[in-house]
Design a protein around this ligand. Structure first.
Ligand SMILES: C[S@@+](CC[C@H](N)C(=O)[O-])C[C@H]1O[C@@H](n2cnc3c(N)ncnc32)[C@H](O)[C@@H]1O
Length: 247
């Protein structure tokens, strides 16, 4: 994409929630035009964003695959999660910067939308002031999950709150009580806590658990029926509108 000798452009490319058909035309074009494609993944787990975009990757692409050093915040004493991750993002930003300085564009593949709880923002904060940067928005899991539930998410003057399931239960339930409709992301191993918060907020009968929205093995069940479910990373809770369509 860039002229030889020019600084390359950093692209944060949202590839949507999982169904490759939910990639935007622009995401596909940018991936096709960039010679270097970067993706993040956990150890021994392939990158979901890369899987979504895989049919658009060719042998002409050079790939940077960044593997997170840790997947849990609970670490042995003396090891700091924040330090490990800061060092990791410093090192990935340096590798991406080297490609950009060499004049080539880099497409960083991001699940959902790059600016909503995504790792891309840690590259963006380190690189955007030194290199031309652009973001291709993606269909977020927040929106995809509401479609999977099949009930409108928000209508008229309703307030939508997007929460992280990593928050303490008291804060989650207070935020849920204070809103009209909500999506709780990062459910996974926080499922029991999130369910308790939703119940305390009096919303259990209105909430849905959504696993792998838009993917082939998608699951949608009322949150009240999640006993025994071992929630994976790709799971969230939706409290949709209770008054959609009333007029
Ligand atoms: C680091 S955040 C990334 C969010 C992403 N940027 C987006 O816009 O959807 C990861 C969290 O997003 C949610 N998530 C992402 N994709 C999902 C999917 N297809 N189905 C359900 N939840 C998903 C899960 O709650 C997961 O823990």
């Amino acid at each position: 994409v860039s002229a030889p000798g020019a600084t390359g452009r950093l692209w944060g490319v949202g590839v949507g929630p999982g169904d490759p058909e939910l990639m935007t035309l622009k995401a596909v074009r940018v991936i096709q035009e960039c010679t270097v494609v970067a993706s993040f993944s956990a150890v021994r787990r392939p990158s979901n964003a890369r899987r979504v975009a895989a049919s658009h990757l060719t042998s002409h692409h050079e790939e940077l695959r960044f593997v997170y050093p840790v997947t849990t915040e609970v670490l042995p004493e003396g090891i700091s999660y924040d330090t490990l991750l800061r060092d990791f993002y410093e090192s990935t930003a340096k590798q991406v910067a080297e490609v950009l300085v060499g004049g080539r564009d880099v497409a960083v593949l991001c699940e959902g939308d790059p600016f909503l709880f995504g790792s891309f923002m840690y590259l963006h904060s380190r690189l955007a002031s030194h290199h031309p940067t652009a973001v291709v928005p993606g269909v977020s899991s927040v929106i995809a999950a509401a479609s999977s539930v099949g009930i409108p998410l928000a209508c008229r003057d309703e307030v939508l709150t997007v929460l992280a399931g990593t928050l303490p239960v008291d804060e989650l339930s207070a935020r849920l009580r204070a809103t009209d409709v909500a999506v709780v992301m990062k459910v996974g191993r926080n499922l029991t806590k999130v369910r308790e918060a939703v119940e305390r907020a009096g919303l259990l009968d209105d909430a849905f658990y959504v696993e792998r929205a838009s993917m082939e093995n998608e699951i949608v069940v009322p949150l009240s029926r999640t006993d025994g479910i071992d929630a994976p990373y790709f799971s969230l809770v939706v409290v949709p509108s209770r008054s959609a369509g009333d007029r």
